[in-house]
Design a protein around this ligand. Structure first.
Ligand SMILES: *Cc1c(COP(=O)(O)O)cnc(C)c1O
Length: 355
């Protein structure tokens, strides 16, 4: 049975944005989900209220010691008008793994998915239906106990907000330019790189700004110890097609386990393509390029689904991959995944969930 949440509706519905000019993460819907936690009471008072600023004590723990985690997923409108979620149970599980890593309380997986379904149903009018558009869902949890001192908070808020988003690439998928970061690192084994915790992203800004100033759109992260092994691209997982086989870093304790990563690996294997989840170095990638074996590089993530890489610079070596055109496998994966998400193709793995 679905969890039931009281709904307080807004008296001032907002004007919906122009469906042809949707950006990513700038416009939010009329309502949000909120739920409180207290060490003694556990989670209580799950509810839907008008979208509004949160009231926080200036001493709230999140503002000082960054106890914050989040998730990201999307709702798609199917050709028949029905709304679908894509693998939301994976987000629920990952949220709880992130929570455990930074000593935050778990949320019942069924409640997590029910809260999303209830909120999205209420905001169904906000789900855009042009090709490539969707309603992005952002669940997050913050520590709210007012105290200064480093220990886990005893109070938290869990919230879900929604934003209608356009196709990540206006005018079709354009391959990106990637800067291989060999100065700053994102993650080390034993750190928080496998969790979606806010602090990771604050720590990554410096190299993102550096890459932008050099004319690149994203960073390729190397391992934090030797700075040789390829790990991720920005906030996406990284894939390399070398000699007809697909290589991606293994989930060895410093990689974020992307749901799109898992989806891509499953589809590739289903298509009979060899996927190697193995450690490999940036030198090996450049060697493969020199040998004419590197045919495609792409990143996977909920926001972009598949993002092909056209240029890559490591130290002073800049290479152009596949003539800076989207590769065959990248395109096939993009179409394969988005067709399942929107209901245009059969969902043989049972990944989509109707609302
Ligand atoms: C969210 C995220 C990903 C991609 O995960 P998806 O579940 O595919 O959206 C990859 N790397 C990092 C660092 C991330 O934060």
């Amino acid at each position: 049975m679905r969890d039931k949440f009281p709904i307080m509706k807004t008296y001032e519905p907002k004007q919906k944005p122009d469906p042809d000019n949707l950006e990513f993460g700038t416009v939010f819907t009329d309502h949000m989900f909120l739920m409180d936690y207290d060490e003694a009471a556990g989670w209580y008072d799950g509810r839907i209220v008008p979208y509004s600023p949160l009231r926080l004590d200036p001493a709230a723990a999140v503002l000082h010691y960054s106890q914050e985690i989040f998730e990201g997923l999307k709702t798609y409108k199917a050709p028949d008008g029905g709304l679908r979620l894509f693998r939301p149970d994976m987000n629920a599980k990952r949220m709880n793994r992130s929570a455990a890593r930074v000593c935050m309380p778990a949320i019942d997986e069924g409640l997590f998915v029910d809260a999303i379904k209830t909120l999205v149903s209420l905001e169904a009018d906000w789900v855009p239906d042009k090709p490539g558009t969707s309603l992005y869902i952002r669940p997050f949890m913050i520590a709210t106990e007012p105290f200064l001192g480093v220990r886990p908070s005893k109070q938290y808020i869990f919230s879900i907000i929604l934003c209608p988003v356009g196709p990540y690439y206006k005018g079709g998928i354009a391959p990106t330019k990637i800067f291989v970061e060999d100065e700053y690192v994102r993650s080390v084994v034993g750190g928080t790189g496998t969790a979606k915790v806010g602090g990771n992203y604050a720590a990554s800004l410096k190299s993102q700004v550096k890459a932008h100033s050099l004319g690149f759109s994203q960073v390729l992260w190397l391992d934090g110890v030797e700075r040789r092994y390829v790990e991720e691209i920005g906030t996406s997982n990284a894939f390399f097609v070398i000699g007809g086989e697909v290589f991606t870093a293994p989930l060895g304790g410093s990689i974020l386990p992307g749901i799109t990563r898992d989806t891509a690996i499953t589809l590739l294997k289903d298509w009979g393509i060899t996927v190697r989840e193995e450690r490999f170095t940036i030198d090996e990638v450049y060697k493969a390029f020199d040998d004419g074996k590197l045919s495609e590089v792409f990143a996977t993530g909920t926001a972009t689904v598949i993002s092909p890489v056209g240029h890559m610079r490591w130290k002073d070596k800049e290479i152009v991959i596949n003539g800076a055109e989207i590769g065959e496998l990248s395109q096939r994966l993009y179409d394969g995944i988005t067709d399942i998400q929107t209901g245009a193709a059969a969902d043989k793995f049972g990944w989509t969930v109707g609302i």
